[in-house]
Each structure stands twice: as structure tokens, then as C-alpha cells.
Design a protein around this ligand. Structure first.
Ligand SMILES: [Zn+2]
Length: 287
């Protein structure tokens, strides 16, 4: 059964580990992530961007697919399905479609408007038993055409949004979506520390978790990060494994062209990546 991300993240924050959000793109991705969570007895959050939502034929299709898998694959660990970087309209659609969690990305609005829209969504999510993530300070890099510079959030603005009653808070601390550039300055632990000091028990979210060095991830968890988003690393792992299969000519041997064979190495690569992240984040056996 799908659950809100609230309880799993509160437990993670109190227990000083983080739950991974792994973005999904299709059936193979979803299956790989759910099976890995179950095999490792870890809670998990399936992330869906608006672009991926369109690609997978809409939010209702996704909820149907995930609910079907939870039952048919006997998944018993806590699983949340979460809209990633949702617009206001996207949030409304996911609430209707049966998501258990949403992120409202109001970081590009003036703070007053971000507060007003977030407040409205807090009330709806509370009524539906859903969890809500808010964002303060745009996160760098590009996600579905939204480009941010990697700025650091204002801790006072973080407190203002946290006090509205959201369940988790994403704050820019120099993190970037996608591959990190050579000259990246690293995470601002000073900013993270200041945000944590003002927001207390609020689980903090680290976006752009792909490619951040392990020691920085661990330090971020120590400083209050309880949810880490991983997307690019699974994509790179899937692409590399698929490339290897085709370059080795395996699709030309026997029935190697069968999609169930052709996509299998990519699925295994996603599973290995997800497991590695769950180990690093400390969520194994925390279901
Ligand atoms: Zn993000």
C-alpha cells in the first residue's frame, strides 16, 4: 500500500539516516527500484517529474502501475509516490490521481506567493493524508527546462515555509541537478547548519544527489538531511549497461533482440545503483 512520506522521513531524521527518492521513467525503472527496496528492507520514495508523468501517459497510469506492482510483487516496505518539482496545477492533478506525496516547487515565485500557494496545499494534503515538500532557493542545473543557478536558500525564508506545516523542505545549498561541473564549489554546510538550526525537526531534502561525494552526503545527513533525490545516476547506469549489451553484439545473437533480454542489463544496473545509494544513506533494514 502506498503511504505518505511523512512518517518514514520523521523516523529517518530521528535515526540519522536518509530515505532515497529515486525517479522513475517506465515499468523497468519502477520494478527495479521496488524490488531493491524490498530486498533490502528499506523505505523508498518513487519520484515522478512532470515530464516523466507525461511520458508515462499521465499520473493515473503511474498510480495504477505502482499499485499493481505493490500487490503482484508482494512489496511490504513503505513506498511513497511523490511528484517531483510540481507546479501548482501538477500538484492538483497528482492529488486527484492518488499520489501519496507531492512537492510544490514555488521557488521561482516571490516568497509571499510561494507562502500563499504552499499554505493552500498544506491544508489539502493534511485532509488527504498526503505529505508535502516545499522548496526554498532554486536548486542549480536543469530539470525539465527549469534552470537554476545553485543559489543558497535564506534560512529565514526556510523557517517561514517550514512553519506553514509542510512535511519536508528542500533548500538550495549549492546543489545542482544533473552532472556536477568540474569547478563546482561543493555543498554549503554553513547554510545547511543555519537552516537546520531554525527548522528543528523538519526533515530536509537534498536534491541533485547524483555525483555528490560520499563524505559530503554523510555530512549532510548528520546536519539534518533525511531525503536525498537520485535521478541522473540511475539513468547513466541504465544507459551504460544497455550500451555494453548492444556493443557486444548480444542483441544480434539468438533472441537477444527480445526487449525482456535487451533491457535486463539496464534493470540490473539500476538495482545495483539503488542498493549502493541505500547503503550510503543508511536506510537498509529501516522499513
Ligand atoms: Zn530536484
Amino acid at each position: 500500500m502506498l503511504v505518505s512520506a511523512k512518517e518514514m522521513l520523521q523516523k529517518a531524521k530521528a535515526g540519522h539516516y536518509a530515505v532515497g527518492q529515486f525517479n522513475i521513467n517506465n515499468l523497468e525503472w519502477t520494478k527495479a527500484i521496488l524490488l531493491t527496496a524490498q530486498e533490502n528492507n528499506s523505505p523508498v520514495i518513487l519520484g515522478v517529474s512532470e515530464g516523466a508523468g507525461k511520458y508515462m501517459c499521465g499520473y493515473k497510469t503511474i498510480v495504477g502501475m505502482v499499485n499493481g506492482m505493490l500487490e503482484e510483487l508482494n512489496i511490504t516496505v513503505p513506498v511513497a509516490i511523490h511528484l517531483d518539482h510540481g507546479s501548482y496545477d501538477g500538484c492538483m492533478k497528482c492529488i486527484e490521481a492518488g499520489f501519496s506525496s507531492i512537492m510544490f516547487d514555488g521557488s521561482h515565485y516571490p516568497i509571499e506567493e510561494n507562502v500563499a500557494k504552499t499554505r493552500e496545499l498544506v491544508a489539502i494534503c493534511a485532509e488527504k493524508g498526503m505529505s508535502l515538500e516545499a522548496e526554498v532557493g532554486a536548486i542549480g542545473g536543469e530539470e525539465d527546462g527549469v534552470v537554476g543557478k545553485g543559489e543558497c536558500a535564506d534560512p529565514n525564508e526556510c523557517k517561514a515555509i517550514a512553519d506553514l506545516g509542510v512535511d519536508m523542505l528542500a533548500a538550495g545549498i549549492g546543489n545542482i541537478h544533473g552532472k556536477y561541473p568540474e569547478n563546482w564549489a561543493g555543498l554549503s554546510f554553513e547554510t545547511l547548519d543555519a537552516i537546520q538550526a531554525l527548522t528543528g525537526d523538519m526533515p530536509l531534502v537534498l536534491h541533485g544527489g547524483s555525483g555528490i561525494p560520499e563524505d559530503m552526503i554523510k555530512k549532510a545527513i548528520d546536519l539534518g538531511v533525511a531525503k536525498i533525490n537520485v535521478n541522473t545516476e540511475c539513468q547513466l547506469a541504465f544507459a551504460a549497461a544497455t550500451r555494453e549489451y548492444i556493443e557486444a553484439g548480444k542483441d544480434l545473437q539468438g533472441k537477444g533482440f527480445d526487449p525482456r533480454k535487451l533491457l535486463a542489463p539496464g534493470v540490473e544496473a539500476i538495482k545495483a545503483t539503488v542498493k549502493e545509494k541505500m547503503e550510503l544513506f543508511g536506510s537498509i533494514n529501516k522499513a
